[in-house]
Design a protein around this ligand. Structure first.
Ligand SMILES: Cc1cc2nc3c(=O)[nH]c(=O)nc-3n(C[C@H](O)[C@H](O)[C@H](O)COP(=O)(O)OP(=O)(O)OC[C@H]3O[C@@H](n4cnc5c(N)ncnc54)[C@H](O)[C@@H]3O)c2cc1C
Length: 425
């Protein structure tokens, strides 16, 4: 089936979670199989169209025209309990994956929001709730099936270059129809959020920073600065307050002792406790409603105490998300991949809701972090980047190889991924 602008269901099929600059394709292929993906790619080549792919639409940075391959309903997940692996089809979200793995007490390396598409998250590296213990999601991919821009279906693991580039290099090299990931024996986590009012506790960020220097790899955590509006959908204790939300995910039996140093601060809301992995979305408790948003991300060598101290003031009207990296994220994977900047210790993202261009404003907020910046994370970059900015996500030694592989697998620049490695000609 193919939808045109005149078809019923065109708008529903083109709109995803991110509403900043939605796709406006000539035709949409709402695919449910690898064969239909192949048909869509061939149609694009025959008609001289570019190709965009959309699963849940969380990562969309720039609306495309041409052909849109909508994978939302191509979303089955098959679990091999004995092998501890899951086969994930192109459009599955982490919610779909977790629903399939949780009955076996197994968990994938999913992230903060279960509604995010598992494939794009993983192609972009994938920073999950257990990241410091197990590494990037891309480090634990066993197999990838992909349709390249020439319309050929390939098993990427048979082509070391393609397999390397797809795991970390994003959607630049083909349309992934499914991939196999490792699962982990994690039925429960100790986690949740401590919501601290910045007005009463101005040193909360420094307390968290000091704490992260001591914690073992079993602890993966972040902090979000959120200026909550004073309106009813916001939980009453948070309304109208500038909050530091400490987001905690801890493996093993020592969660309560490990977070003891953070317990000294008064909280306005505390959701921390033992929870089934199937409820791990409650840890960050991110909004479910489609919205418009833009962001800029930097990966930091270290978290500078002075820059951190002024952040609540310089970014008082923005959402800021900081995550601790390190641990297994800093170690090379068993099979090398394109994920860059493993030396980064923290990731910092400034996010603005709404439609305006906030590039200048975000740059100002990030200016004090310039000296410590070693690159950027594409998964946390919501908004168009130039190819030069996209390349900053990778290790310098890997950039030439990625560009060469982009030219090899997509010589006509048929694919328009959310983060493009090469400028469109
Ligand atoms: C609320 C929220 C929380 C998040 N939390 C995390 C987190 O904890 N960790 C993390 O690492 N990231 C996180 N992200 C970022 C997220 O992983 C990326 O935005 C990701 O690209 C979203 O994928 P999607 O399928 O949902 O988005 P989509 O917009 O559907 O896809 C994004 C892009 O991926 C490419 N793509 C999609 N499907 C395919 C395919 N089958 N083959 C090839 N390319 C494809 C396309 O270029 C597409 O434009 C979060 C994002 C949001 C909005």
């Amino acid at each position: 089936m193919m939808l045109t602008k005149e078809s019923n269901g065109y708008d529903e099929a083109r709109l995803g979670f991110q509403r900043h600059d939605p796709h406006r394709p000539e035709v949409i292929f709402p695919v449910t199989s690898a064969a239909e993906v192949q048909e869509a790619v061939k149609y694009a080549a025959d008609h001289g169209h570019r190709i965009a792919v959309q699963a849940s639409g969380h990562g969309l940075t720039r609306g495309s025209t041409g052909v849109l391959i909508a994978t939302r309903n191509f979303n089955q997940v098959r679990v091999d309990q004995a092998a501890k692996t899951a086969w994930i089809e192109a459009g599955a979200t982490w919610r779909d994956v977790i629903a399939a793995t949780a009955p076996y007490g197994l968990a994938p390396l999913s992230g903060s929001f279960p509604g995010v598409g598992a494939i794009s998250y993983t192609l972009g590296g994938g920073l999950g709730l257990m990241a410091r213990r197990f590494g990037f999601a891309a480090d634990h991919v066993r197999r990838i099936e992909v349709v390249t821009a020439d319309g050929v279906r390939r098993n990427a693991e048979d082509d070391p270059d393609l397999f390397w580039a797809l795991r970390g290099g994003g959607g630049n090299f083909g349309v992934v129809t499914g991939l196999e990931v490792e699962l982990f024996d994690v039925p429960t986590l100790y986690g949740g959020s401590l919501y601290v009012d910045l007005a009463d506790n101005p040193t909360v960020l420094e307390t968290w920073r000091e704490w992260t220097r001591e914690v073992p790899d079993e602890v993966t955590s972040g902090v979000a600065l959120v200026p909550f509006p004073d309106i009813p959908p916001v939980p009453a204790p948070l309304r109208g307050k500038h909050i530091a939300q400490l987001q905690l995910a801890i493996l093993g039996d020592h969660g309560p002792e490990l977070i003891e140093p953070l317990r000294g601060m008064p909280t306005v809301l505390d959701t921390v406790g033992e929870l089934p992995y199937a409820e791990s979305g409650k840890i960050f408790a991110e909004p479910e409603r489609p919205d418009s948003y833009s962001s800029h991300n930097v990966l930091l060598r270290d978290l500078d105490a002075d820059a951190l101290a002024i952040l609540p003031k310089t970014a008082s009207q923005r959402v800021v998300g900081i995550r601790q990296l390190g641990g297994a994220l800093s170690r090379p994977p068993a099979v090398p991949n394109a994920v860059g900047h493993r030396a980064a210790s923290y990731s910092l993202t400034v996010i603005s809701p709404g439609q305006g261009d906030v590039t200048g404003l975000h740059r100002e907020i990030l200016e004090p972090w310039t000296a410590a910046t070693i690159g950027r994370s594409l998964n946390f970059s919501f908004g168009p980047l130039t190819p030069d900015e996209v390349r900053e996500a990778f290790d310098r030694d890997d950039v030439d190889r990625l560009v060469e592989l982009k030219d090899r697998y997509d010589p006509d620049q048929r694919l328009t991924p959310n983060h493009q490695l090469t400028a469109l000609r």
